[in-house]
Design a binder for this molecule. Structure first.
Ligand SMILES: [Cu+2]
Length: 280
């Protein structure tokens, strides 16, 4: 390329930097604290998928998405979006617990929700993600395979209850635990079918956090988890007296006081069969 051709390009570049539009500022602000996981594209749109880490992992994933119009190169602000995560297993396929997707408050182009992957293949394969979305009464769809990494700690548990129903529970908060009282949030879902995992309402989870590496000691002032209808989650006070590896021993109890899964921790039974892990 000759110099005479480069000069106009440099001028354009300088001009663009000097005249950064509101739109540019917006785009930077919109993506604060988010890293792109993947683009899913069809002929008309590109769905950009974001998380805090830029990856999907087993357990709870808070996810943000936005839709780029491939023709106008603008982000759409008036879509209604549904999503369907599917894991293909050797003999069948299934979905997992997920929220609806809604517009993120204070953001122009972002939509948000969560997906709880209860399992994955060792190489991260097996899952696909489909978006069905509507813009101005026109329906669109896009599907692609995704990678779901195995989390090191058990932050999700899938099991059969004593009522012969299948459940999934997932650790949601605290994402950054502190020494002291933490707001513990756990999601509880019933595997109604291969594709449907509604939230379970009005059960309880007993909580007994222990440090297996330190004589299996517990901590004071924990509370059991109770259901909150405003977010369809289970909440409790989780007391962590020191940093390290903790096992949150749980028992899932239905509204008739029947224990569906889990056992009390005793001298001889050091861990419940229903538990989640945490390390900080
Ligand atoms: Cu599976």
């Amino acid at each position: 390329m000759k110099l005479t051709h480069i000069y106009p390009l440099i001028l354009i570049a300088l001009f663009s930097v000097g005249c950064s539009t509101d739109n540019d500022d917006n785009i930077i602000n919109e993506l604060y604290n988010l890293i792109k996981v993947q683009d899913l594209s069809n002929d008309t749109h590109t769905i950009e998928v974001y998380t805090k880490t830029g990856t999907f992992h087993t357990g709870y994933n808070a996810i943000s998405v936005r839709i780029l119009d491939n023709t106008t190169n603008k982000y759409l602000e008036n879509a209604s979006i549904d999503w369907v995560p599917v894991m293909q297993m050797p003999t069948m396929q299934h979905s997992c617990p997920k929220s609806d997707i809604s517009k993120t408050s204070d953001k122009a182009t972002l939509y948000e929700g969560y997906i709880i992957y209860q399992m994955t293949n060792t190489d991260g394969s097996g899952w696909s993600l489909t978006f069905n979305y509507t813009i101005n009464d026109v329906m669109y769809t896009v599907t692609d395979t995704i990678t779901v990494l195995q989390s090191e700690l058990q932050n999700v548990s899938s099991f059969m209850g004593s009522d012969d129903k299948r459940y999934v529970i997932a650790f949601i908060e605290p994402t950054t635990p502190i020494i002291g009282i933490n707001d513990l949030i756990i999601g509880v879902y019933n595997m109604e079918s291969m594709m449907s995992f509604p939230s379970v309402e009005n059960y309880t989870l007993t909580l007994d956090p222990r440090m297996p590496g330190m004589g299996n000691h517990s901590s004071p002032n924990n509370t059991d988890l109770t259901y909150t209808s405003s977010d369809s989650m289970y909440h409790a006070d989780l007391s962590l007296t020191m940093t390290g590896y903790w096992v949150l021993n749980l028992k899932l109890i239905n509204s008739e006081d029947t224990v569906l899964k889990g056992e009390t921790v005793t001298e001889t039974n050091t861990q419940s069969s229903l538990y989640l892990e945490l390390e900080f």
